[in-house]
Ligand binder design. Structure first.
Ligand SMILES: Cc1cc2nc3c(=O)[nH]c(=O)nc-3n(C[C@H](O)[C@H](O)[C@H](O)COP(=O)(O)OP(=O)(O)OC[C@H]3O[C@@H](n4cnc5c(N)ncnc54)[C@H](O)[C@@H]3O)c2cc1C
Ligand SMILES: NC(=O)c1ccc[n+]([C@@H]2O[C@H](COP(=O)([O-])OP(=O)(O)OC[C@H]3O[C@@H](n4cnc5c(N)ncnc54)[C@H](O)[C@@H]3O)[C@@H](O)[C@H]2O)c1
Length: 456
């Protein structure tokens, strides 16, 4: 008999697998890092707490346009940082204590790797522990990818894992990477007073977004930060506390602190998955089917280690599905990845769901599209908004939305009724005219964009 009914590797979304279905089961959870994983400790939650502080600072610096003169007279970085981590660190510690005290759960601290299909070796501080389990969940997440030119330079650098705990606000921050993390930290640090240089090898920032949005955002970013596009890093050096990056276009960028945000690699390589016969995809993701099953029966995967979406709401969804499937192997449920939304909490905010216009064209679909600017609504006038927009793409034959793409204040909230419409198959006209829209709320941007599609 195996030592445990269930072994879970990783305490991020893996920790949420333990629904009441497992109350009577013998469970082991293995964690090599901080209890609670990325989102809680070094990801979504602390970053968005910093973003909120950045929004407050931006409100102050931009107040003059409303006839209110104000000045940002000081930013107490240590207080901002400590407000955040004094709140988060105890949540991680509390979650760990709760698991340690559970009657049916054993928590092992250390690195897990497979030594057989249902057999793990865990390297703990007190030596190796062998664990066998009937079912195993791999929820090991992902880690920052560091380009060789930086890794091999010997120059000190930060990733999102460490940058939020800096002792002081840097005067000049150089960010490598024009994706989610680069765009969010550029906003945070610049709003708080750092000079930002953002380096991207692409010709636009946040390239995965609809081109209209990506191009508009790239233009705005260039007005806020020193943005270097379409460049490779040739060389990185550090002298006397100053970091210099030589770029492929001949430019040189200097800064006090370097942040690397060039994507995250699934944590599969340290698991010795071959020893268990578990398949890995070419992009290093764990291969799972629609039910979260790996190539070995009884072994499941979820979240960043296996998902094509490195997003917490996706990891949470997958964790709920895997929890069900572990407990009900005769009644398997599939993941639902039809309409996965995402938001980038930069300035201005970005939010997206469904197909981009480029994807619709590539698929050869019939479509109509409409763009409503915030400035064309009453609330937009109140805000003196010049940047915000909501772009919708719909199928004129079915009347259904194909994609929604927003940029501007509260885009991450405004998009929700559109996600709902897509998820429940609601037609554009029904959503636009089958309900009241509160006047003059900012949500009228969405109502007007739906109407502008001109569908009946
Ligand atoms: C800076 C940042 C901001 C983000 N912001 C957002 C956001 O606003 N919204 C959003 O939706 N998503 C956001 N994300 C993404 C989100 O954090 C991840 O998608 C999510 O946390 C993944 O959860 P997970 O459970 O798959 O992995 P994780 O939470 O990373 O958990 C994996 C755990 O496994 C442990 N582990 C790994 N290998 C082993 C091993 N061999 N043995 C033992 N333990 C192991 C790790 O220590 C870790 O604790 C952000 C990510 C980052 C980095
Ligand atoms: N708000 C959110 O939901 C949120 C926030 C942060 C992170 N995340 C998740 O975390 C993931 C990782 O974020 P990220 O910003 O690190 O990755 P990303 O994939 O969003 O962006 C990576 C960027 O680095 C660039 N890049 C890659 N390799 C490079 C190299 N060798 N040299 C120079 N540039 C290079 C890419 O062109 C891209 O601009 C995201 O994809 C997202 O899924 C989500």
């Amino acid at each position: 008999m195996a030592d445990f009914d269930l072994a879970i590797i990783g305490t991020g979304s893996g920790n949420s697998v333990l629904t009441p279905d497992f109350d009577g089961k013998r469970v082991v959870i293995i964690e090599e890092g901080t209890f609670g994983g990325t989102c809680l400790n070094v990801g979504c939650i602390p970053t968005k707490m910093f973003v909120y502080a950045a929004e407050v600072a931006t409100t102050i610096t931009e107040s003059a346009r409303y006839g209110i003169d104000s000045q940002l007279t000081g930013v107490r970085w240590p207080d901002i940082r400590d407000r955040i981590f004094d709140r988060i660190d105890p949540i991680s510690a509390g979650g760990k204590t709760y698991r340690e005290r559970s009657d049916n759960v054993t928590l092992l601290t250390g690195h897990a790797r497979f030594i057989g299909p249902k057999r793990l070796q865990v390297s703990t501080g007190e030596g190796d522990v062998i664990v066998t389990a009937e079912q195993i969940v791999i929820a090991t997440g992902a880690h920052p990818m560091i380009p060789d030119v930086i890794a091999e330079s010997g120059v000190p650098f930060h990733t999102s894992d460490t940058i939020m705990r800096l002792p002081d606000l840097p005067r000049r921050l150089v960010i490598v990477g024009g994706g989610y993390i680069g765009a969010e930290f550029a906003h945070v640090f610049s709003a708080l007073g750092s000079e930002i240089t953002l380096i991207s090898r692409s010709s636009a920032l946040l390239r995965h977004l609809d081109t209209e949005i990506s191009e508009a955002f790239t233009k705005i970013a260039g007005q806020q930060w020193d943005v270097r596009l379409s460049v490779q890093i040739e060389d990185v050096t550090a002298t006397g506390g100053q970091i210099s990056l030589r770029l492929s276009d001949g430019g040189v960028v200097d800064g006090d602190v370097l942040l690397v945000a060039t994507g995250r690699v699934p944590n599969t390589s340290g698991l010795d998955l071959a020893a268990a016969g578990i398949d890995v995809l070419d992009d290093a993701r764990l291969r799972v089917d629609d039910y979260g099953r790996t190539s070995v029966p009884g072994v499941y995967g979820l979240g960043d280690v296996s998902s094509e979406h490195q997003l917490k709401h996706v990891a949470n969804h997958e964790s709920r599905i895997v929890a069900h499937n572990l407990a009900h192997p005769q009644d398997l449920r599939p993941f639902d990845h039809r309409f996965v939304p995402a938001a980038v909490f930069t300035h201005p905010q970005l939010a997206t769901v469904g197909l981009t216009e480029e994807e619709v064209v590539e698929l050869g679909l019939d479509y109509v599209s409409a763009t409503q600017h915030y400035s064309g609504t009453a609330y937009g006038w109140a805000m003196e908004d010049t940047l915000g927009l909501c772009k919708l793409i719909a199928d004129p034959n079915t009347g259904l939305l194909l994609g929604a793409h927003l940029m501007g204040y509260q885009a991450s909230n405004l998009i929700q009724p559109l996600i709902q419409a897509m998820s429940f198959g609601q037609r554009v006209t029904d959503v636009a005219r089958g309900q009241y829209w509160i006047h003059p709320a900012l949500m009228e941007v969405v109502e007007n964009a739906l109407l502008k599609l001109g569908l009946s």
